[in-house]
Design a protein around this ligand. Structure first.
Ligand SMILES: NC(=O)c1ccc[n+]([C@@H]2O[C@H](COP(=O)([O-])OP(=O)(O)OC[C@H]3O[C@@H](n4cnc5c(N)ncnc54)[C@H](OP(=O)(O)O)[C@@H]3O)[C@@H](O)[C@H]2O)c1
Length: 435
């Protein structure tokens, strides 16, 4: 058997403690599978006295995580602190510069600095592995790096944030509204005290930017992800969607268009009966369309101690086996600069919900305004023909295919229309690709 692989772990929270537990519970199997003993040499976190439910006997404690990068007795630094800047970034850079392998679950770091870090890792001939950063326990990075090499990827559609999917599923099954369900999700530990990253779509966008780079051989381009969250989705929208045969999901989509690569995260109407519509609760899923393999869907737990630590272990085992590959499949110097996305040219049909003033002729006025804005309507539904307490009627239009720019202009016009109260809500309908 070769020399042990000496591991230093920074961050002993949910994921870090999970990794320590797997190393302890499956040490013998992991050694047999890798041909090397996986030896936990040192750890670092903020509070040494905290009870983490793990046995650290014989493991060195370093108060400063950066000491792991400098230590002579560590081969791989496992960064499980989090955050795109600060100590996590300093540690990963220092470890790579010192010629150590790195495994991380940090999607924010890879989404913001992935290309530069990959360059650094390649210069030093070490691994930068981040399986756990995208969709937790789903082995999507490995699938993209290894199993799909023979394919040109056409598109990726993902449900990449378990918190959002849980909230939308609960809203659907209970008929309750967003704020109410979010509070429950926070009480249950499915949502953070500050839920902005999750419900605002940023967490999904981090993961999407990484996937898009793997899929299309482009530099990681988080800055150009179009991001909308689920905060404006109401129980009414979910009920209307159901009536039309759709579920509402927060989708993360990367696709190759004529103009370039479009990366977008937003709520979408997904046809019932399709694999992504069936993904419920905290589950994640990624649907890939490859030119040879066709449609492929991977589903699993996107977060939590076990699934995330499981993914980190696969990264460590790869290093132990000597499998060191460019972090984004092709060498960083060969990653293409991403073309500016032309979201305005993206086309789809839309769900448009507004509150109309309840007076004779208002519907005719609104429909005329839409026609003048070049929006062609497939369907109109007025819920029961009844107005709410403020004398407004919820009305939903399903449009024929149109482009984003046209839809945005129509929405602005409607927001100013005297027969419309407030700004209409628009949700894209994702149909063709998903069937
Ligand atoms: N949780 C998940 O389900 C999940 C899923 C996928 C990816 N991830 C990613 O995995 C990473 C870790 O997440 P987590 O949920 O395990 O976080 P967590 O539970 O908050 O744990 C963070 C750990 O980092 C330590 N830490 C924070 N600041 C530090 C500093 N300045 N110096 C040294 N240690 C520091 C903390 O120390 P103390 O314990 O002493 O406070 C804690 O042990 C993040 O990048 C996250 O995005 C998490």
């Amino acid at each position: 058997m070769s020399k042990p692989l000496r591991i230093g772990i920074a961050g002993l929270g949910t994921v870090g403690a999970g990794v320590v537990k797997i190393l302890a519970a499956r040490g013998e199997h992991l050694a047999a599978a890798s041909g090397r003993v996986l030896e936990l040499v040192a750890v670092s976190a903020r509070d040494k006295s905290k009870d983490r439910g793990i046995d650290l006997t014989g493991v060195r404690w370093d108060d400063d995580p950066l000491a792991l990068a400098a230590a002579d007795d560590i081969d791989i630094v496992v960064e499980l602190i989090g955050g795109s800047e600060g100590v996590a970034r300093d540690l990963v850079e220092a470890a790579l510069k010192a010629g150590k392998h790195v495994a991380t679950a940090n999607k924010a770091l890879i989404a913001h600095h992935g290309t530069a870090l990959a360059r650094l890792a390649e210069e030093k001939g070490v691994a930068l592995n981040y399986e756990a950063a995208v969709a937790g326990g789903i082995p999507i990075v490995k699938t993209m790096r290894e199993a799909l090499a023979g394919n040109e990827i056409r598109s990726i559609h993902g449900i990449l944030n378990g918190t959002c999917n849980y909230i939308l599923t609960e809203m659907e099954t209970t008929g309750r509204d967003f704020a109410d369900v979010l509070k429950d999700a926070q009480d249950l530990g499915y949502a953070e005290a500050d839920p902005t990253f999750d419900v605002g779509g940023i967490d999904a966008a981090h993961k999407l930017a990484i996937l898009a780079s793997l899929a299309f051989g482009t530099q990681v381009d988080f800055a150009n992800v179009h991001i909308e969250g689920i905060e404006k989705i109401s129980a009414t929208d979910i009920a209307f969607a159901k009536e039309f045969g759709f579920k509402v999901k927060l989708l993360a989509i990367a696709e190759k268009g004529e103009a370039g690569i479009v990366q977008r995260v937003h709520p979408a109407l997904v046809p019932e009966g399709t694999p992504l519509a069936a993904v419920s609760g905290v589950y994640n899923a990624v649907a890939i369309d490859g030119d040879r393999v066709g449609h492929l869907v991977l589903e699993g737990r996107g977060a939590g101690e076990g699934p995330t630590a499981s993914a980190v272990l696969s990264d460590i085992v790869d290093v132990a086996r000597g499998l060191i590959v460019p972090p984004f499949i092709v060498p960083a110097a060969k990653l293409k600069a991403p073309a500016k996305p032309l979201m305005d040219e993206h086309k789809s049909s839309f769900y448009l919900r507004l509150r109309a003033v309840d007076r004779a002729g208002s519907m005719a006025e609104i429909t005329r305004a839409l026609a003048e804005a070049s929006i062609s309507i497939e369907r109109i539904v007025q819920r029961g023909g009844k107005s709410d307490e403020s004398g407004r009627m919820p009305v939903v239009f399903i449009t024929h295919e149109t482009d984003e720019g046209t839809m945005a202009r129509a929405r602005t016009l409607l927001a100013k229309h005297e027969d419309v109260a407030g700004t209409p809500l628009v949700i894209r309908i994702e149909d063709g690709e998903l069937r």
